[in-house]
Design a protein around this ligand. Structure first.
Ligand code: SAH
Length: 345
């Protein structure tokens, strides 16, 4: 038996060609494309505008490697965590985070993660594989459906802050965003999408060259190499000087502010010199700081810093005219918060 191809790996042009080669009209390719992406159906039988013969012919030639929402957990605060089963049985997690004014999807870009951030549960899984563009897109579609079901409106924002390092799966992340923003996909604005990275300098420059329109967030956590080396060993390969240079390049090309994500831990980065270093780093490129609450993970020694330390950060940043927001955790009770995604369920 011949091996069936994944139909969603085809471009619209390739689909049109397929129908012409099989004695049908190119237009049929457009119809199938719309079913696959805009309507996001996962079986040929659901493509009801096609004849029975056409559906059968598609079924004989192709498969649809769709994702499946395997289990759903709901938090007291309305956050929903989805365990998403991929066609090869691997699992990633995606989260719907509702607030009064918006609903945000937090999506994964890799199964596990190759970085080794000491405070992050996903790091314990190691990296198993990259997600395809359509596996990323499907997460957004699934969460958009939940937003419509539970909140009566479409998703308003998307953050690439789930499992994985998006810039180490750059092409697929970009392709998924093209689909999310195109009218043939979900037609969302790129301005409502944020890609979060630990900071891969070369790829940040590439994004700038590619003139991407989405927002950039960088998980900084320390602006001192010796400290960052300890908590994000990846910093030894890409030290802060290289990150700074890439961010300056990004700003020169895009004129878009950067968001730094930052957790303050007791005895790690709660000293005066840590604050001074952050203030200094923030001055290199127009930016703002999101102070994230630490979400404890099993068997880790990290501890959220005291209120006093946090307030020191806030007042020093504000004194220097740097915008700072404090981000409270969402979905902590179901391990759905930042850094807690580890397929525990
Ligand atoms: N690899 C990307 C995206 C995934 S992590 C990145 O590093 O940005 C999403 C955010 O959650 C990052 O800012 C990360 O540093 C933060 N994070 C990881 N573990 C955390 C934890 N236990 N508590 C709070 N934030 C955490």
């Amino acid at each position: 038996m011949k091996k069936k191809k994944d139909i969603r790996a085809l471009t619209k042009e390739q689909l049109r060609d397929f129908f012409v080669e099989n004695g049908d009209k190119a237009f049929r390719g457009n119809q199938v494309y719309e079913w696959l992406w805009n309507k996001a159906v996962y079986s040929f039988d659901s493509m009801t505008s096609l004849s029975k013969e056409t559906r059968k012919m598609l079924d004989e030639n192709f498969v649809i490697n769709n994702i499946e929402v395997d289990t759903i957990q709901r938090s007291n605060d309305g956050t929903i965590k989805n365990a998403i089963k991929l066609h090869d049985g691997l699992v990633v997690e995606s989260v719907l985070i509702p607030t009064e004014s918006r609903t945000t999807a937090c999506v994964s870009s890799q199964v596990g993660c190759s970085l080794d951030c000491k405070f992050c549960a996903t790091a314990r899984l190691k990296r198993m594989r990259n997600l395809n563009a359509d596996e990323i897109y499907d997460q957004v579609v699934a969460i958009n459906k939940q937003s419509e079901l539970y909140h009566n409106h479409k998703l308003s924002n998307i953050v690439f802050m789930g499992m994985g390092e998006p810039l180490m799966n750059y092409n697929n992340v970009i392709k998924s965003i093209e689909k999310i923003t195109s009218d043939e996909g979900l037609g969302m604005s790129a301005k409502r999408i944020t890609v979060s990275t630990s900071g891969v300098p070369k790829m940040i420059k590439k994004m700038a060259d590619d003139e991407v329109k989405f927002n950039l967030a960088v998980s900084l956590h320390s602006a001192i190499n010796e400290v960052r080396d300890q908590i994000m060993p990846f910093n030894k390969r890409f030290p802060l000087e290289d990150l700074r240079e890439a961010l300056e390049y990004w700003y020169k090309k895009t004129s878009r502010k950067i968001t730094y994500e930052y957790v303050v831990w007791q005895g790690i980065n709660d000293r005066k010199e840590d604050i001074n270093a952050l203030v200094k780093f923030c001055k290199y490129v127009p930016s703002k700081v999101n102070l994230i609450e630490y979400n404890p993970i099993d068997d880790s020694d990290f501890q959220q810093a005291s209120e006093v330390a946090l307030n020191n950060y806030i007042s020093n940043l504000e004194m220097n005219d740097i915008v700072v927001n404090v981000r409270r955790s969402r979905g902590k009770d179901i391990d759905a918060a930042c850094g807690q995604l580890a397929n525990k369920s």
